[in-house]
Design a protein around this ligand. Structure first.
Ligand code: PLP
Ligand code: COI
Length: 344
């Protein structure tokens, strides 16, 4: 088998950050159609000062990962799901959706062109893949752009939260992330701009992230700035909040299936009230960047909710979900049909 000379990176100590790699993909939308796109090396983008993305934040993105498996293949986890979600996000933002099959092809091409940056098996790191799209034509009145760019870059990453899989503490935010009929269910850049002040405040106060309650009643759990929630009841049922204003996490949908089909657990997607938090025995965040990150404590305006799983390690069910999910992603366990797409 051909061996790829890997980049000189301290894989085990990578954080979640941008690392410039060699090759990226760019496609342009002009005169009503997408061009074929190409791989390029220049990481910089030059655009007009009045580009729609700069003035009115017409931009969206996706996040996915590539892994090296135990037997040294390089695989991507469920890229078709990201292609579909970005298609739907684009529709909501009045952007021309990028064809889903071409999205998956382009993702594979970029990973293949950057194989030396795919972290080796066993390092705990992975290659984060960031597809994104933005309105690039100048607009002055508030209206969608007429021209767009779709791009993909990759960056080797480690754990999203400092400390890896140590339980984190969250605070219940007084700021809203998503309006009831807004854009919380799509991956619009503006959702993240909205959360920047709230995350800076949370960090200043010593919390890893915010729990955003629903904006209308402020009584129900929605999600954090970058991940969905799951909870485990005392009788080992896995519960995840149901809401129209949270991002439909691909990791969450995957672990709910894993819980049912691999671990034989009962699962339920339903509204979860803040007042119920103290009934659960485990709480975790799930997402591409977060993978499964255990939550040990949630502070709700001075009231501390401490989960019985504690602040030292993941709870038993969270650990099983983590082991099964990462086992599937690393090729140690058989994956459901279509979950693993091979690049090399
Ligand atoms: N919720 C938000 C707000 C996110 O940004 C993400 C990350 O993509 C998720 C949830 C998790 O989604 P996924 O599992 O598809 O990465
Ligand atoms: C992801 O998990 O891919 C995200 O986009 C979340 C972001 C906070 C990094």
């Amino acid at each position: 088998m051909e061996t790829i000379e890997k980049a000189n990176i301290d894989w085990a100590n990578l954080g979640f950050g941008y690392y410039k790699t060699d090759v990226r993909f760019v496609a342009n939308y002009k005169d009503g159609k997408w061009d074929e796109g190409e791989l390029i090396t220049d990481e910089n983008i030059v655009m007009n000062e009045c580009a729609c993305v700069l003035q009115y934040a017409q931009t969206c993105f996706e996040g996915m990962k590539a892994y090296t498996t135990q037997d040294n293949r390089v695989v991507i986890f469920r890229p078709d799901m990201n292609a579909k979600r970005m298609y739907e996000t684009a529709q909501r933002l009045e952007m021309p959706p990028f064809p889903q099959d071409k999205f998956v092809e382009a993702v594979k091409k970029v990973v293949k062109a950057n194989l030396k940056y795919v972290p080796p098996f066993g390092t705990g790191a992975s290659l984060y893949i960031r597809p994104y799209m933005f309105g690039i034509a100048p607009v002055m009145g508030v209206k969608p752009s007429t021209e767009y760019q779709f791009r993909i870059f990759v960056s080797p990453v480690g754990p999203y939260f400092k400390g890896g899989v140590k339980p984190i503490t969250l605070t219940v935010s007084d700021f809203d992330r998503a309006a009831p009929n807004g854009t919380g269910h799509v991956k619009a850049g503006l959702n993240y701009a909205m959360s920047l002040h709230a995350i800076v405040e949370a960090h200043k106060n010593g919390y890893a992230e915010n729990l955003y309650p629903d904006a209308k009643t402020r009584t129900k759990v929605e999600e954090t700035g970058g991940a969905n929630f799951f909870f485990v009841t005392k009788d080992n049922k896995v519960i995840t909040p149901k809401s129209n204003s949270i991002l439909p996490s691909i990791t969450r949908r995957s672990i709910m299936q894993v819980a049912k089909e691999y671990l034989g657990l009962e699962t339920e997607e339903r509204e979860v009230y803040l007042t119920e938090l103290s009934d659960f025995k485990e709480c975790g965040l799930c997402g591409t960047a977060a993978v499964i990150s255990p939550v040990g404590k949630i502070v709700d305006h001075g009231k501390e909710i401490c989960f019985p799983s504690g602040m030292e390690k993941m709870g038993e069910i969270s650990q099983k979900l983590y082991d099964t999910l990462t086992g599937i992603q690393s090729g140690r366990l058989n994956a459901p049909e279509g979950w693993i797409v091979e690049v090399k």
